[in-house]
Design a protein around this ligand. Structure first.
Ligand SMILES: *Cc1c(COP(=O)(O)O)cnc(C)c1O
Length: 466
């Protein structure tokens, strides 16, 4: 009989999170090592160089690769873009602390950079909370559990993890919280006008103002602490003036709080910030806050931006894997109907799920054609359609696009603005893998980003060893 090998019992401490580092512990950490490419051993390398360079490098290495999936689509993420968005935020909204909405893109480098920059985090589930706290160096007070409808086990888990700030918009939530996390610091999520947004959230969340006094009375009766008000004007908000109305409603909710015997100290203006309209949104917000909250002593103002930080930070390179004529043999030259269908190796079941879930429109451009990165501007075009790789006909990335006639199988199409609500919701339907990410600090702010990350990495490592 062979000898049975008895394994020693697993050390239970291996599976428990070390407590967050205190500021004192961090202060004891030595100066950090010079930045290099492997700041976080568990993550892919952080490269130097402009994102376009890495799009090209990725294509060149695909051409040289003999892998079974050597031509795989890939993202290039430029972390300096996230950094510059943060500087822009601080310049336009210095009095509002951003709590990044993790669901938008829980990328490990993005989360670490934002943590290092001092941002907080908006989490909606146990998974997101563990993910953020698992990074290390992030105190649970930097998390708002901003899902107004939580499973009771999630509320209990938040209590255990030390996450106290959480939103609610209904009475059942108050009963659950009274049972599972009576010390919680509650934020009432109110309903605001979200009709000016790509993705409306008001059909699912937000207490109409008329219901707020009743909810606050119930909270009081249950002995709960309500500390403030939140709202969300809808994701992808294209009319920043809605912030004015939302702040006015938040003011009313603050007054209702005072009536109910609470002294609110937190105003959470939610997400919805669009890159192109950011300055406009910031000035609407600032003006409305000045008008409706002229006395801001003891008031903390936070926001939950998601898309704003990451949308433009990620580009996607896709390979044309197939090409064919459309079914309808119409005289394409005379109509706007596509005269050729291109099939690429990421689609709506992958990164382009943003077309279905986030109401986005994809704009392809040619990255590489006939082994050349130089595409002459007078290249003759034809109307084309672009499709994903799965066997489902819903998998259409772009129903019409003007693309060069000379485009062939093996050429590459690029897509910008692919950082928000893409990778996070991508599936592996039909056996296609989620496209990988190549990281760089290619733009303006490169050395700052690298030293900010290096210091963060060193602080975490030091705090973990104390
Ligand atoms: C999705 C979401 C956000 C982020 O919205 P963006 O439009 O990406 O800024 C913020 N807060 C809550 C509660 C959300 O559900």
């Amino acid at each position: 009989m062979s000898q049975v090998l008895v394994l020693p019992p697993t050390d239970p401490h291996l599976f428990t999170r070390s407590p967050p580092a205190s500021p004192l512990q961090l202060a004891q950490c030595p100066p950090w090592a010079p930045p290099d490419e492997s700041l976080f051993p568990e993550l892919p390398p952080l490269l130097h160089g402009h994102p376009d360079l890495h799009l090209r490098n990725g294509i060149l290495s695909a051409a040289a690769s003999s892998d079974s999936d050597g031509e795989r689509a890939f993202f290039v993420a430029d972390l300096t873009h996230v950094y510059r968005q943060h500087l822009r935020w601080r310049a336009c909204l210095p009095q509002i602390q951003p709590f990044y909405a993790v669901k938008c893109n829980p990328d490990p480098y993005v989360l670490r950079l934002l943590a290092a920059l001092g941002a907080g985090f908006d989490c909606a589930s146990n998974g997101e909370i563990s993910h953020v706290l698992g990074i290390g160096g992030i105190h649970p007070s930097r998390i708002i559990f901003a899902n107004p409808c939580k499973a009771v086990s999630f509320v209990r888990n938040a209590a255990k993890m030390g996450v106290d700030t959480m939103t609610f918009d209904n009475a059942d939530e108050l009963y659950k919280i009274a049972r599972a996390h009576p010390r919680a610091q509650l934020v009432v999520r109110i309903l605001t006008d979200d009709t000016k947004a790509l993705c409306q959230l008001g059909i699912k969340f937000g207490a109409p103002l008329a219901t707020v006094p009743g909810l606050l009375a119930k909270a009081k009766e249950l002995g709960l602490t309500v500390v403030g008000v939140s709202f969300h004007v809808g994701s992808g908000c294209y009319d920043p003036s809605v912030y004015t109305d939302a702040i006015m409603r938040a003011r009313t909710a603050f007054d209702m709080g005072a009536e109910a015997g609470y002294r609110f100290s937190l105003l959470d203006v939610g997400g919805g910030f669009e890159d192109a309209l950011f300055e406009q949104a910031a000035s609407c917000l600032t003006e409305a806050i000045d008008t409706y909250f002229p006395d801001r002593s003891g008031l903390k103002i936070i926001a939950e931006p998601g898309r704003y930080y990451v949308s433009k930070a990620f580009s996607l390179a896709t390979n044309i894997i197939a090409r064919r004529a459309p079914l309808n043999e119409s005289p394409a030259a005379l109509s706007e109907l596509p005269s050729v269908m291109y099939y690429i190796n990421d689609g709506v079941y992958g990164a382009f799920n943003c077309i279905l879930f986030d109401h986005q429109i994809a704009h392809p451009y040619v990255l590489c054609m006939g082994d050349s990165f130089h595409i002459p501007s007078d290249e003759p075009l034809h109307t084309s359609s672009v499709w994903g790789p799965t066997c489902d006909s819903i998998d259409c990335v772009c129903p019409t696009a003007q693309l060069p006639r000379a485009l062939r199988v093996g050429d590459w199409l690029g897509f910008d603005n692919m950082g928000a609500y893409t990778i996070c919701a991508a599936s592996q339907f039909n056996g296609f893998q989620v496209s990988k990410v190549v990281y760089t600090t290619g733009g303006f702010g490169s050395s700052e980003v690298r030293s900010i990350l290096a210091k963060f990495a060193a602080d975490i490592e030091c705090a973990a060893s104390l």
